[in-house]
Design a protein around this ligand. Structure first.
Ligand SMILES: Cc1cc2nc3c(=O)[nH]c(=O)nc-3n(C[C@H](O)[C@H](O)[C@H](O)COP(=O)(O)O)c2cc1C
Ligand code: SF4
Ligand code: SF4
Length: 442
């Protein structure tokens, strides 16, 4: 079996699956239960001066028959006294000395940072995570994402923590910023040992249209919350890639956002994450999801011949480049497997109205299987994405792979279109129907 033990900036855990700082890590009971189920580490629900929370606190986004593809929350940091949390951290470490217990922290003054860092270290925390990400409530008080959005302030506070900390310090970043690599660099410059991303995305998940108030409703009023769950994974992966590729961000990364299964975790690791953290999936399905995640990761590693997580980390990074470096001569077109097609014609309507009119309906032959009009197909993928039958529409390569010309090449050789009516435009020679043909359609 491959070695799936993880080491994030010196914080060791038996596997790379950690619980993110959130309700599932609110108490020693939960963290013990999670470790017993197989989780490798836990970032404790953020500690600080305890808050008073509101009810209700969550809003969910359902999509068709899937519940909770996104979760919005207006919960703050822990509402439990620090002494209770410290006592429970100590207790958990006694039972699980080899698992990672990381204390997430959020306080205001330098003196408070110094004190709480010492407190959690005395309780036995293996690491510290600085919550510079919470985008609701706490930021109104000058903490959370208010710090994550101000690189200089972030750097200063990381410095305060590093003045006293003896365990590794992870800086948790907010996605509510135009370029996440800026605070990531500040975390590095401030002396942080790792970064974690993403915290939640500022959001309003919907409105009660009868009572004119967004969700979640608190006595007839609402406020913006933080968005997470499967819907945010694409945003998190892009931010992870940006940090992992940046030459001035030289910190290991704990990946967070929409992770639900081993495959999600593998994607994060391939894009440069050293380990991963999970919140929403556990709030939805419980700690038991770890039982699929561990063997799933191990089987994948065996199949690909990876002996350790380090062997696979960042393997996809070299294949992410700027658009200007993509091969303009690469050509694929859609191909329909007639045997698999169920004749729903979703591909036809998508291409007809939303793409390039490259799918035809075969009339009067008793079949509902559409056909591809190869000359019109630009290889956009839309039909294969909307087709409900797996592998029914595949994209088939048409170029022979010998020619590589990029936008950058074309600019350098002076063959890129430069004027509005340039006849070197990519669409020149590409068939489009006459506008009035739209009126003759049945
Ligand atoms: C209800 C709720 C409470 C959260 N509380 C905290 C917190 O106290 N500290 C923190 O750093 N992140 C907190 N988070 C953010 C999560 O740790 C995580 O960054 C985010 O949910 C994205 O991961 P996910 O898509 O797996 O949920 C909270 C998230 C939720 C849903
Ligand atoms: S979407 Fe797929 S199944 Fe439906 S008609 Fe097109 S090819 Fe056939
Ligand atoms: S790949 Fe795009 S252009 Fe080609 S048939 Fe499918 S939807 Fe139409």
């Amino acid at each position: 079996m491959p070695d799936i033990s993880s080491n994030l900036a010196g914080i060791k855990s038996p596997n790379p699956f950690w619980l993110a700082s959130a309700p599932p890590t609110n108490s020693g009971y939960q963290v013990m239960k999670a470790f017993d189920a197989g989780w490798g580490g836990a970032v404790w629900k953020t500690l600080g001066v305890p808050v008073v929370n509101v009810s209700s606190r969550y809003g969910g986004v359902n999509y068709r028959d899937s519940r909770l593809i996104g979760l919005n929350n207006i919960e703050l940091i822990t509402d439990r006294p620090l002494k209770d949390n410290l006592h429970e951290i100590e207790e958990v470490k006694k039972y699980f000395p080899d698992h990672a217990v990381v204390a997430s922290l959020m306080v205001e003054s330098r003196a408070e940072w110094h004190q709480i860092v010492k407190d959690v270290e005395n309780a036995g925390a293996d690491g510290i995570e600085l919550n510079f990400g919470c985008p609701h409530g706490m930021c109104e008080r000058g903490m959370g994402s208010a710090v994550g959005q101000e690189p200089e302030v972030l750097k200063t506070i990381v410095g305060w923590v590093k003045e006293v900390s003896t365990v590794p310090v992870i800086v948790k970043l907010t996605p509510n910023i135009s370029d996440i690599t800026v605070p990531a660099q500040a975390a590095d410059e401030g002396g942080g040992d790792a970064i974690s991303l993403i915290n939640t995305i500022q959001s309003l998940v919907g409105v009660d249209i009868d009572n004119f108030v967004p969700y979640p409703v608190v006595d007839g009023k609402s406020t913006h919350g933080g968005y997470c769950g499967p819907a945010v994974k694409p945003i998190a992966l892009n931010m992870l890639k940006n940090c992992a590729q940046h030459t001035n961000v030289n910190l290991p990364i704990s990946g967070i956002g929409g992770i639900e299964n081993w495959r999600d975790a593998v994607e994060y690791i391939l894009l440069g994450a050293t380990n991963v953290q999970v919140c929403t999936a556990v709030m939805h399905f419980g700690f038991g999801i770890i039982r699929e995640m561990i063997p799933g990761l191990e089987n994948y590693m065996v199949e690909k011949g990876f002996d350790s997580l380090e062997d696979m980390r960042g393997k996809a990074l070299g294949n992410v480049t700027n658009w200007e470096n993509l091969n303009l001569k690469h050509k694929v077109i859609a191909d329909i497997d007639e045997e698999k097609c169920i004749g729903c014609q979703l591909c036809y309507i998508a291409c007809e109205d939303g793409a390039h009119q490259a799918i035809g309906l075969t009339e009067n032959n008793g079949t509902r299987v559409p056909h591809i009009i190869e000359d019109n197909c630009v290889g956009c993928n839309l039909c294969s994405i909307v087709c409900p039958v797996e592998d029914c529409i595949t994209m088939v390569r048409k170029d022979d792979g010998t020619e590589v010309v990029t936008w950058k090449d074309r600019q350098e050789e002076g063959s890129a279109p430069t004027t509005f009516n340039d006849d070197r435009a990519g669409g020149i020679g590409h068939w489009v129907p006459e506008p009035k043909d739209a009126l003759n359609k049945k």
